[in-house]
Design a binder for this molecule. Sequence first.
Ligand code: MCU
Length: 418
Amino acid sequence: MKFQGSFKFLLAYLSVALPALAQSSCGTLPSSINFSDSKLSSPFVFLNGTAVTTKEQFACRQAEISALFQKYELGTLPPKPSSVTGSVSGNTISVTASNGGTSISFTATITPPSGVSGKYPAIIAIGGMSIPSQAGVATITFNNDDIALQNDSTSRGKGKFFTLYGANHSAGAMIAWTWGISRIIDVLESSSTTHNIDTSKLGVTGCSRNGKGAFVAAAFEPRIALGLVQESGSGGAGCWRISKAMLQAGVSTQDAVEIVGENVWFSPNFNQYVNNLPALPFDHHMLAALVAPRGLLIIENDGIDWLGPESVWGCQTTGAKSYQALGISDSMGISMVGNHAHCAMPSSQNGDVAAFVNRFLKGQSGVNTNIMHTDGANNAGFVPGNWVTWIVPTLSGDAIPPVGTSSTDAGGSSTVAS
Ligand code: MCU
């Protein structure tokens, strides 16, 4: 039963990712969900209608949003499998994961920073890095296509993730890559490996399709301290509902209907909603809500219609309201600059990236990360009042610290809902 799968997931999520809350009661998804909203709905109201007024409640709402994203759009993120082993030898991270008698192995490559002694932060680059390398910060690259293939619509169920969990697993490619990133971090955190990477200072990046993946990884892997989401466009930083409105207004932009035919980034479960967007109980402004309170910089190109600049700007300025409610507005930034080729970040954005890296990966204080700008005339088309009818509460209480930073959450069940 579908609901049972999500419920099982919610429990797994709470016990793995939110240990502090596992003892308290977060509630469960309503038994039936009849959602309808043609606008961007509020991250501050539970599905059952209860308002979120405290930071602790917001953490529960995040668990609900996470479960909803997996159920409707991304597919189920399996917990850590029963066995994850690996090594770090030279600059190669080797990972072996086993589940129910099947094993897979893959590698990731570290490019260490020059001239640094002792521990250093690292940016995990999905499929390679298209932002400039950052002084004093390692880069870790891995071949995400090896974990879940993304050639086209025939790539469904192909890649090592699906060798482990079965070709019919509900996961789309992006949630499978997230799983792979989590296993790399497991190996780095393991006391049996020796390396210089500070696992409390990990970022993730990727551009375009891999930028969509970077946003999902930042949202679903709480051990990531900073998401650097580059030119992800529709299906990443864009909101489905706004992209559809842009398309209907005659802009040649990517929408949900096109995207599920083009590739396998999303779960097959999403197909039934692409022509019924109001039934989706979230949109991608809530991906930002899942990254909070951790660092997040949306790096976009507002000169390419296909990316949906108006959608990205509207979606993520709305996403930033979750940070605002937590009293940490400057932990999320948006930097949108046009007039450059796709994934060829212009030097005018270097300072924005460096500011987020300096603060969230290098731990520098006094860094100004109040960054929210666009130079795109296209984005002026976004009219907030047409999309957002709720107000931003000031959430009371203590923030729940980002969790999952210890390696002691090992041993998740190898049985996953799909
Ligand atoms: C922006 O990301 C994608 C886009 O969603 C696709 O429609 C297009 O085919 O490829 C883009 C991309 O990944 O370019 C490298």
